[in-house]
Every structure is written in C-alpha cells, then in structure tokens.
Design a protein around this ligand. Sequence first.
Ligand code: NAP
Length: 212
Amino acid sequence: MSRPYVVINSAMSCDGKISTRERRQISISSEEDFSRVDQLRKDVDGILVGIGTVLADDPKLLEEDTYRVVVDSRARTPVDSEVFIGDSPTLIAVSSVAPKNRVERLKEVCEVVEVGSDRVDLSELMSLLGDRGLDKLLVEGGGTINWSLLSNGLVDELYTYVGNMVFGGKRAPTLADGKGAGGLSDAVKLELKDCYRLGSGVVLEWRVLNQP
Ligand code: NAP
C-alpha cells in the first residue's frame, strides 16, 4: 500500500495566520497567487480539507476529475455544502464515533469511508487514497489538519503564500495548530526548495525532511 504524494498549500499573513480571530475565509492571496493555486489544483488527483475548513469557508474545491476529500470524524459536513456541487467525486472520511444517522444522510450525497476509531486515522486514509489510484494530493488546510498530517510524516512538500498583512490575535488559526511540537526534536524539519516574489507577497516552497 502506498500513499499519494502530499503537498500542503496555504496562504498566510506575515505573522503566520491563515485567517483572523473571526476564523472566516479571508483574502490573503493576490490575483497572481490565485493563478498559481489554480495550476496546483490541476496537477493533483485529489484535494483534501478538514471539517473545520468546510464549516468555516464552505469551499467548492471543484476541479474536473479530481476527488474532494473531507476529514470529518463525526460526520458533521452539512449535506448542502458546496463540496457536493458539480460532478467531481466527494469522499467524506469519518471514524467509528460518527453518529449512524448522519453517516446515512451523507451517503445519500457522496461516498463515506470509516477510518479510525476516534479521530480519522490519517495514515489509513492516505493508504486508502493510494489504493484508489490517487498519486498526488493537495491539502488546503486548515491548521489542525495541517499539523496532524505534518506531525505524522504524511506530507512531502509545504507551499506557503505569505501575504502583505499582519493579523495578530492568539486565537487566529495558524498554518499548523493542533498540539504542536514540544521542542526542536519533534519539530517538523524542512528544506527550502524555492522562494519567489508573487504579486504583493512571497511564495515559499519547502520540502519536508522527516518522513518516517
Ligand atoms: P481544519 O484543520 O480544516 O479541520 C480540523 C478538524 O478536522 C478537526 O477539528 C477534526 O474535527 C477533524 N479531524 C478529523 N480527524 C482528524 C485528525 N486525525 N487530525 C486532525 N483533525 C482531524 O480546521 P481548523 O484548524 O479549524 O481550520 C479552519 C480555519 O482555517 C478557518 O478559519 C479557515 O478559514 C482557515 N483556512 C485557511 C486557509 C488558508 O490557506 N488561508 C485554508 C484553509 C482553511 P472532528 O473531530 O469533528 O472530526
């Protein structure tokens, strides 16, 4: 079983926040960056987000012949979400704690897979996506899912667009939230692959070094 090649792409303020303290979708990227992200989406077989992002931003993630994957232990994805619009397949990954009635409701609009006994088991999910023939997966946040994937050694590259603003606020979500590292020894180590100016911000492309 092999997992897809995984790339996280995120837009953040200069101080590392991916939204403000209101945790709503907010424009950080420039027009030029939207084109870069469009191209990234065309180059992958699937786009993955966490349920926090679906509830906050209601993204479409619509790209022809591209899987949309939502990591959602408790089957909280609303059935009228934008991720169900269009012809691209949507897969909701739940765990065994998901209430059966919510799972049955979701099954009417998409495929639901159960992976994990508490939260979604991300390693198992990645193997399942690999088995489905997904070679490359783009992760589009948010901070909780980003940290889980990074800290479990499930990410190959991390791309960030750093916008020309400071959001501040200790409750504003950052690129990687979750529990976080306790020290440098369990930090996720990166190697800079490329960096360049784009519009009013900067793109940083990192290779993730500590794969298991
Ligand atoms: P998130 O990372 O999208 O989703 C996190 C949720 O996923 C968890 O709370 C958990 O909910 C579920 N989950 C299930 N299994 C998991 C696992 N193994 N590990 C981690 N999570 C798991 O949500 P978020 O951290 O709240 O981020 C949302 C914020 O990010 C919003 O403000 C949004 O606007 C922002 N955002 C910004 C960008 C950007 O590029 N600027 C991109 C995306 C999102 P359950 O326990 O219920 O399953």
